[in-house]
Design a protein around this ligand. Structure first.
Ligand SMILES: [Fe+2]
Length: 443
């Protein structure tokens, strides 16, 4: 039944409508029964931001005090020890940042308290990114919109079975729908307590950004009252290396082998200021984040640059305003910037719409090459067929629950390439889409 939702070539309007209708029925059959997630005071440890020479790790403990992280090369050697203090004030969330690591190296880690091992499982390992100066390869799992239901949990297990090197979660991870400190805290705790999620991130790095439901509520923007609470809890529960700038936003970036990923915050600043691209219109990114993004793109030596955010990079064609379609003046500014600076390898990634798509925009004249957008959603069971709208530049689409993108980026081949597969919780390939750096190089 799902085959009609899977397309291997350009999608005509007729094929597209047929696929969408067929998938509505398929998705109803795929509704996973909700089952309670495991909960406990102690959460993690999990691995966060990891590059070729450093790693951030996180854990929530049950009691205040000093906790020491020990990181040792898997092949043996001296441990690097980093202490951190757990306090009630910070909800007993521990952050360790380890530096001086070697590229492409596997490490074991453990957590001790007063000399006694507290977390010392054999699975507690991570591998640093390859030397960015050399050709390399990375395999990401990327998706959005997760709950604690059985289907979402099956996705975490599948991501591990796919042996991805790292995970990127782009919002509604989890659903919170409140900016109240206690509700934000409760939901982050419940989400982090899911056994399969903890297991996945025990042995590979993860990065996150937020979308509307983890920021404040449906279709919300930066005017949401209490957004500081959402940011406080996010910063406690996410082992990022950095969170926005000047206590504003949560955007961050990282280099992993042949790719630099810019995780954008499309909530914190939206509608709070006049747009840098057109002062007669509101902003999506905000001027500070836009400056940061331009600096990062200009300085990046990575063959590929992934720009990932919660929302999609075009118009949802619904009554909701939270998409780049509402802020086309800022998307155009980005395209102009890429063209003006001749920046190769930019790829767009979005989530949010509970449908998965690939669009290849005819932007050779404006950007220098055809920009491609990947949309991956949802990890949970609730698909929204009507948001899988017709678009002349649509090249793949699927309305399928419990999915994620396996994106392999490889610069050990020439030309360097991206191979993307949309995979469901059973490991079935829903669609694939490949492109090379030659496709993303200005003419
Ligand atoms: Fe969602």
């Amino acid at each position: 039944m799902k085959s009609s939702s899977r397309s291997s070539g350009r999608v005509s309007r007729r094929q597209f409508v047929a696929g969408t209708l067929a998938c509505t029925a398929a998705s109803a059959l795929n509704q996973a029964a909700a089952a309670p997630a495991v909960s406990s005071d102690v959460l993690g440890p999990i691995v966060g931001h990891t590059e070729s020479d450093k790693s951030a790790l996180w854990m929530r403990v049950a009691a205040p005090g000093e906790y020491v992280l020990e990181v040792t090369p898997s092949t043996g050697g001296a441990a690097i020890k980093v202490p951190a203090q757990a306090t009630a004030e910070h909800d007993f969330c521990l952050h360790w940042q380890v530096e001086g690591l070697r590229p492409g190296t596997s490490y074991r880690y453990r957590v001790t308290s007063k000399g006694t091992p507290l977390a010392d499982a054999a699975e507690q390992t991570f591998k640093t990114a390859p030397d960015p100066a050399k050709p390399g390869k990375v395999r990401f799992a990327i998706s959005s919109c997760a709950k604690e239901d059985a289907g979402s949990r099956a996705v975490w297990t599948r991501m591990a079975e796919e042996q991805v090197d790292a995970v990127i979660l782009i919002g509604d991870t989890p659903y919170i729908d409140s900016t109240k400190l206690d509700i934000q805290t409760k939901r982050h705790r419940e989400f982090a307590a899911v056994t399969e999620y903890q297991k996945l991130l025990q042995s590979r790095p993860c990065w996150w950004t937020w979308d509307d439901h983890d920021f404040a509520g449906n279709d919300c923007d930066g005017r949401a009252a209490g957004k500081e609470n959402s940011r406080t809890v996010y910063c406690r529960y996410r082992p990022q290396w950095s969170f926005g700038e000047d206590n504003q936003g949560i955007y961050t970036s990282f280099r992993h082998g042949p790719v630099e990923v810019f995780l954008l915050d499309t909530r914190w600043f939206s509608e709070t200021e006049k747009s840098y691209a057109d002062p007669s219109k509101p902003s999506l990114l905000g001027a500070a984040q836009w400056e940061w993004l331009q600096r990062g793109l200009k300085a990046s030596t990575a063959p590929f640059k992934l720009l990932a955010c919660g929302v999609i990079w075009d118009d949802k064609q619904s009554r909701e305003k939270d998409d780049w379609g509402t802020y086309m003046h800022e998307r155009k500014a980005l395209e102009d910037f890429i063209a003006r600076n001749k920046i190769p390898g930019v790829v767009l990634v979005g989530g949010d719409i509970h449908a998965s798509r690939v669009l290849r925009y005819k932007s050779k004249k404006t950007v220098g090459y055809d920009l491609v957008q990947f949309i991956a959603s949802p990890i949970h069971s609730s698909v929204i067929p009507k948001l899988n709208t017709y678009h002349p530049n649509l090249v793949r689409s699927a309305v399928e629950p419990h999915v994620f993108l396996v994106m392999e980026v490889d610069s050990t081949v020439s030309p360097a390439r991206i191979s993307a597969e949309l995979v469901n919780r059973h490991g079935e390939r829903v669609f694939t889409y490949n492109l090379t750096l030659a496709d993303l190089t200005p003419a």
